[in-house]
Design a protein around this ligand. Sequence first.
Ligand code: PGA
Length: 249
Amino acid sequence: MARRKLIAGNWKMNGNLAALAELQGIVDAAAANPKVDVAICPPFTLIAPAVAAQPALAIGAQDCHEKASGAHTGNISAAMLSEAGAKLVIVGHSERRADQFESDALVQAKAVAAIGAGLIAIVCVGETEAQRDAGEAIAIVTGQVRGSIPADATAEQLVVAYEPVWAIGTGRTPTVQDVADMHAAIRATLNETLGAAGPAVRILYGGSVKPDNARELLAVNDVDGALVGGASLTAAQFVPIIEGGAAVS
Ligand code: PGA
């Protein structure tokens, strides 16, 4: 099954209006590498300005609320993100699972809301270092996938991102074999959960993806793209990752 690679940047709580200047180089690289899809997920306040500055670039958000509207002070609905011009939204990032105590059931509700508003949901999963050391990584992650993805999602609506918690922002990455084993286990879970849609759903790897390791990681079977934090903040770092994805596509 041929799947287009998606190289997505997660700016987290970084960036400002001036930083949107970085998007030009990213847009140019996306145009020069049409085999891959490219997206940037800046903070909420930068979504509309990013869309205005670069209408050709897919802009996403980093979270949404599970409800469509109501008395939820400080939250943002998926429809609001869509109106701001977002095309996708990350849900269930490990920082939110840890800092905001988000459960699989909540992440699933957010993904359902995102898809209902016409957004692509990037559902994040990943084990902690203690869980990996205990030999539980595959069981934990496949359990998160089962609990966090909408049961009737299609490959156009859903992307899964495998991000080992201990690899995020640390400069450490799993071995290529560990990535291959985990992505194969996630694929099997998607096939079992989603039926015919399973083989077409993209599975991204995330956690310390950098220019110097991107190509090797993106060449792994069932790695259909990357979710990139720190290295997505500048075109200088992100463009080689886009090129690495294109080189192995
Ligand atoms: P990192 O973050 O690339 O800075 O490790 C990845 C992520 O959290 O999505």
